[in-house]
Write a protein that binds this ligand. Structure first.
Ligand SMILES: Cc1cc2nc3c(=O)[nH]c(=O)nc-3n(C[C@H](O)[C@H](O)[C@H](O)COP(=O)(O)OP(=O)(O)OC[C@H]3O[C@@H](n4cnc5c(N)ncnc54)[C@H](O)[C@@H]3O)c2cc1C
Length: 307
């Protein structure tokens, strides 16, 4: 039996695996890929120690760091997807889609999340051609342009706030009449002269040629359809944590993120830890995920030594 199974190869999983190697914990890192969500980004600007780095380059550095320290302590099970995790004797059993099985005394769940996609005609076709899911990465590309934000929760308003630093105007499309974001954020955003809010509106189609040129939306009462002439659409309609394989095993919150103790990243089940974007951590950043992965590993190490 191994000491530890790490599920996920984003910043949280890789940081934890590096520490596991240094602490000589017999570990398997099971992941579909190394790098995580931001590998699709052309410019990560806030990874500490590098002012700007391409997502693919960051992924290569993660892999190089792992290869340099893993020795025969950390095994990499790459291109594997965990489909189930269950208690088994003194530890846990993880099964992958290809039929591989791994047993360990402890498990770290770092399977991250994906963005909920905008599910309207044109949204797929124009992804990365005007439709984007990350203001901190892509916002500067829309300097001086008119852009829209879809989603009126806190994430939508915070995205609007970031975009107001670059864009000519920002129009936020919100499904309901009442705003859901925190009053203070709403007040701050709405005070901006280039900010517009369209309430009670449902996006219906992304329009464009090579790139986005507009967003059609429908008034939810009258049914009237309008077209907003914009060059960029920032989607903030929620995230989907990759936690299906732990459903029914550990406690999840209302949107299926793993509930964790922020002091040590423990979950509701002794022997299972979680970190990064698959958890109920408030902030989603590479540095935070890596830090929480390391925090979990420190706690796992002490816990294993006491067994
Ligand atoms: C487009 C985009 C740009 C971003 N830009 C920035 C930025 O500039 N700066 C910044 O700080 N943050 C950025 N973020 C946020 C940042 O990427 C996340 O906060 C961070 O990646 C979370 O790390 P994580 O390790 O928790 O999860 P993830 O990065 O989501 O990694 C999860 C890992 O788990 C694997 N996995 C998932 N399910 C399974 C399974 N069942 N079995 C095995 N493996 C599995 C995945 O393949 C992946 O390797 C960006 C996010 C996106 C989407």
């Amino acid at each position: 039996m191994l000491d530890l199974i790490i599920i996920g190869g984003g910043p949280a999983g890789v940081a934890a695996a590096v520490y596991a190697a240094r602490k000589h914990l017999k570990t398997v890192l099971i992941t579909e890929e190394i790098g995580g969500q931001s590998t699709v980004s052309e410019g990560i600007e806030n990874w500490i120690g590098s002012p700007r780095i391409h997502g693919q380059e960051l992924a290569k550095l993660f892999k190089a760091h792992l290869d340099a320290v893993k020795g025969d302590v950390v095994e990499l099970a790459l291109h594997e997807r965990v489909v189930s995790l269950e208690k088994s004797g003194e530890g846990f059993l993880a099964k992958t889609k290809t039929g591989k099985e791994f047993n360990a005394k402890a498990v770290l769940v770092v399977s991250g999340a994906g963005r909920r996609k905008l599910d309207i005609p044109g949204a797929d076709k124009f992804e990365n051609k005007g439709v984007t899911y990350c203001a901190s990465c892509d916002g500067p590309l829309f300097g001086g342009m008119d852009v829209a934000v879809v989603g009126g929760g806190n994430a939508g308003f915070e995205t609007a706030l970031q975009l107001l630093a670059y864009a000519k105007s920002v129009t936020l499309i919100h499904r309901h009449k009442e705003l859901k974001a925190d009053a203070i954020t709403v007040e701050k955003v709405c005070a901006h002269q280039h900010m517009h809010i369209v309430r009670n509106a449902e996006p219906t189609e992304v329009v464009g040629e090579q790139f986005v040129t507009g967003l059609k939306y429908k008034d939810r009462d009258s049914g009237a359809v309008e077209e907003l002439p914009i060059s960029g659409i920032f989607v903030e309609v929620g995230v989907l944590p990759n936690t299906g394989f732990v459903e029914g095993l550990v406690e999840l919150d209302a949107i299926k993120r793993v509930k964790t103790d922020p002091h040590n990243q423990r979950t509701s089940v002794l022997g299972i830890w979680a970190a990064g974007d698959c958890t109920d951590e408030l902030y989603h950043q590479n540095n935070i995920a890596a830090g929480d992965g390391v925090k979990a590993l420190e706690d796992i190490y002490l816990w294993l030594k006491k067994q």
